[in-house]
Design a protein around this ligand. Structure first.
Ligand code: PLP
Length: 462
């Protein structure tokens, strides 16, 4: 037994909450011992794009939590829907020839919103689980098609597809692969279309084609008859908001079409309005067979994810004459589904995607680009409401802070945090993905705090 419990509420002093957190709570993607020495920042409330911490600071959340709170914090409608659904039917599964209204209604809504013939939804509890589903699904698809040798899934270095064994294997994060003997077999990675960092002397257009052709080379190396699918985020998110050169996606689409490879678009971040369309695939002009969804699907109000599946893949697997032996207890959880449905209605009814377009271009885009006038900032990229800046010691040479990778980004993030702005860093890239409801005056505050933090960081390292 641990220590005797006092009632733990928002009213406890910060130091006490921090001590309890350090004693009993192991954090994801965290050096827990270092955090225990410093103490976690305790977030107590959220409203719109704003968070409050246990010391009463008002923080502007430039990351919408983990890129998920698309409609902003504190929407009572979602709390009401959840309460109603919990009373009416808190849980039932969809395994053994049963279904329920929230799962049905949400799937129908997603099918209506998704482009092309992406008409079928398989539910998961998260983006990672959904990507595990995708591995099972595409391999099952090729089995039923009489091509069981098609097992290999091609992904990209520095991609993020989740933290389960399957998700982390699909992902291309070397730090994750190093812990746990990943990737699992038959998942391989090609280079990412990161022009600023890796483009050398090529123009962005040349580089986009060159990196896309690596897919073709990899298919030829493995043998086209062994490749099941290619998976990618339309815009890499956790890798540092890397917007590919314009030539990249058309060439990838050509290659997938030519070799008959299934295309999986991981829309966990780019879905549900983030890029100024319902899906990033529409923004990038691609036609995936499967989309991975999570995060903005419920705006983070309830844990839910899934795969949206095209007619051909669905029919092949569904009409195989056998069960698809896969599912999660919380696939299509009624409360999460009801909350997600209401969230999608809010995005639609309140014109939130139009708002993203209006506020992103030119308002945020101009100010974001303006950051490149800061001595520390090289490029600035923005699509809809996801953006990145590259910190550099030498803009002309597109140099990276090589000696201590990540140090400057980390410092900059710390300065932001101290200035009540949440921005994330990935190596030396600083990124934003605020709630889609952010207002122009809040963009001004975000930019002002970003400038201040960059100035302080610059002063520190000079
Ligand atoms: N795919 C992408 C593109 C993501 O960004 C994430 C999470 O950040 C995931 C998958 C994993 O989602 P989850 O954390 O819900 O498992």
């Amino acid at each position: 037994m641990g220590s005797v419990m006092t009632k733990i509420t928002n009213h406890l002093p910060t130091a006490e909450l921090q001590a309890l957190d350090a004693a009993h709570h192991m954090h994801p993607f965290t050096d827990d011992a270092a955090l225990a020495r410093k103490g976690a920042r305790i977030i107590t409330r959220g409203k719109g794009v704003w968070l409050t911490d246990s010391d009463g600071h008002e923080i502007i959340d430039g990351m919408a939590g983990l890129w998920c709170v698309n409609i902003g914090y504190g929407r009572r409608e979602l709390a009401e829907v959840a309460a109603r659904q919990m009373e009416e039917l808190c849980y039932y599964n969809t395994f053994f020839q049963t279904s329920h209204v929230p799962a049905i209604a949400l799937a129908a809504k997603i099918a209506q919103l998704a482009p092309g013939d992406l008409n079928h939804v398989f539910y998961a509890g998260s983006g990672s689980e959904a990507n595990d589903t995708n591995i099972r699904l595409v391999r099952r698809y090729w089995d039923v098609k009489g091509q069981p040798q098609r097992k290999v899934i091609i992904s990209r270095k520095n991609a993020y597809h989740g933290s389960t064994m399957g998700g982390a294997s699909l992902g291309g994060m070397s730090g994750m692969h190093a812990q746990g003997g990943l990737p699992i077999p038959d998942i391989v990675h090609i280079n990412q279309p990161y022009w600023w960092g890796e483009g050398g002397d090529m123009t962005p257009e040349e580089f986009g084609i060159a990196r896309a052709r690596e897919l073709e080379q990899k298919i030829q190396e493995i043998g086209a008859d062994r490749v099941a699918a290619f998976i990618a985020e339309p815009i890499q998110g956790a890798g540092g908001v890397i917007v590919p050169p314009e030539t990249y996606w058309p060439e990838i689409q050509r290659i997938c079409d030519e070799y008959g490879i299934l295309l999986i678009a991981d829309e966990v971040i780019t879905g549900f309005g983030r890029t100024g369309n319902w899906f990033g695939s529409q923004t990038m002009g691609i036609r995936p067979h499967i989309m991975t969804i999570a995060k903005g699907l419920s705006s983070g109000y309830a844990p839910i994810g899934g795969s949206i599946i095209c007619n051909e893949v669905y029919r092949t697997v569904a009409e195989s004459g056998e069960d698809f032996n896969h599912g999660y207890t919380y696939s299509g959880h009624p409360v999460a589904s009801a909350v997600a449905l209401r969230n999608l209605e809010i995005i639609e009814d309140e014109g939130i995607i139009d708002h993203v377009r209006n506020v992103a271009h030119p308002y945020l885009a101009e100010k974001w680009k303006g950051l490149t006038e800061h001595p520390l900032v090289g490029e600035a990229q923005l699509v809809g409401l996801m953006g990145s800046i590259a910190l550099t010691p030498d803009k002309e040479r597109r140099a990276r802070f090589a000696a201590e990778p990540g140090t400057v980004g980390y410092r900059c993030r710390e300065r932001c945090f101290a200035n009540d702005l949440i921005m994330r860093h990935v190596g030396d890239r600083m990124i934003i993905a605020p709630a889609l409801v952010i207002r122009p005056e809040e963009i001004d505050i975000l930019i002002e705090r970003a400038w201040k933090s960059l100035d302080e960081c610059y002063a520190e390292i000079k």
